[in-house]
Design a protein around this ligand. Structure first.
Ligand code: F6P
Ligand code: MN
Length: 325
């Protein structure tokens, strides 16, 4: 089976980017090990602190963040980091050529139930003019990413990654510690009968989303004339992995509870990297009013509504937005 290095070379990734990705993945392998130790290592449960988003930090959130931060800072390739678990940008090497954004442990409440969790990351070029502590360089649209992916800590440890030449899925071979290519050139089926949304938020959605989901629920008795099935992992990384493997639509739409939070998921280290993976696999990634990767960020922890997945189903969903606009 092909190794990660050869696929990255075949996709034309520059050597320094390959070395950076390998460094990042070395951190992820350490996280995979800590996660797998679970209660034996005393790493489960919460800390006494909250992150900048007001979420209680799990011990594993803090550990994973520290592992990635230390690994990337020591590498020398990175000028600055933005992380879900850091209020501000973390300055690294002033000579570094790359910016890395990450959610160190997505879906971390799933650690309590030994369910799916993962690390999501994106990489962009660091502008020459930028001071390492200056957050403004991170405020570029997702179209500027040079690589993005996630590592899923499940029954197998898997990596989904793109450098803009297709999305490839790899499996960690724990016998020698390398990622082997197990699903090259992922192609998401355009049509699907599977959707993912936290339906308990229904009353807060906009009319377009209410109408779309009502028609999914009506199944073969409604205008869609087919039955749909629903799945929700409660970790974006798990839901997007399913969509990459067999198609589907994943939504965390706009909801009207808090105008400062136009969605739940964060643009830089959740929505954008997943949008890059989904688009490179032939799917669509939208906010309901535009392409996710074209959103111009105004702050590093900005939230956006997300609709990601099978092309025809995203288009079907967007037709409801059009009809309600
Ligand atoms: O990181 C935020 C997140 O945990 C995602 O991984 C997941 O898709 C979503 O929130 C789950 O939200 P909820 O708590 O509404 O199910
Ligand atoms: Mn997350």
């Amino acid at each position: 089976m092909k190794r990660l290095n050869s696929q990255l070379q075949q996709d034309g990734a520059p050597l320094e980017l390959i070395l950076l990705i390998r460094t990042l993945l070395a951190g992820c392998k350490e996280i995979a090990f800590r996660v797998s130790q679970g209660a034996l290592a005393g790493v489960l449960g919460s800390t006494l602190s909250e992150n900048v988003q007001g979420e209680t930090q799990k011990k594993l959130d803090v550990i994973s963040n520290q592992i990635l931060k230390d690994t990337l800072r020591e590498s020398g390739y990175v000028k600055a980091i933005s992380s879900e678990e850091e209020d501000d940008v973390v300055p690294c090497n002033p000579e570094g050529n790359y910016l890395v954004s990450f959610d160190p442990l997505d879906g971390s409440s799933n650690t309590e139930i030994n369910s799916l969790i993962g690390t999501i990351f994106s990489i962009a070029h660091a502008p020459q003019w930028m001071e390492p502590s200056d957050p403004s360089a991170f405020l570029q649209p997702g179209t500027q990413m040079v690589a993005a992916g996630y590592v899923l800590y499940g029954p197998s440890t898997m990596l989904a990654m793109t450098t803009g030449r297709g999305t490839h899925i790899y499996t960690l071979d724990k016998t020698h510690g390398g990622f082997l290519l197990t699903q090259p050139n992922v192609s998401i089926p355009a049509q699907t009968t599977e959707y993912a949304i936290n339906a308990s938020n229904q009353r807060h959605w906009e009319p377009a989303m209410q109408a779309y989901v009502a028609d999914l629920l009506a199944g073969s008795d409604g205008p869609r004339e087919k039955n749909f099935n629903m799945r929700w992992v409660a970790a974006m990384v798990g839901d997007i992995h399913r969509v990459l493997c067999r198609g589907g639509i994943f939504m965390y739409p706009y909801d009207k509870r808090d105008p400062d939070k136009p969605g739940k998921l964060r643009l830089l280290y959740e929505a954008n990297p997943m949008a890059f993976l989904i688009e490179q696999a032939g799917g669509l990634a939208h906010t309901g009013s535009g392409r996710i990767m074209e959103v111009m960020p105004t702050e590093i922890h900005q939230r956006v509504p997300v609709l990601l997945g099978s092309k025809d189903e995203i288009e079907a969903c967007l037709s409801y937005y059009k009809a309600h606009s």
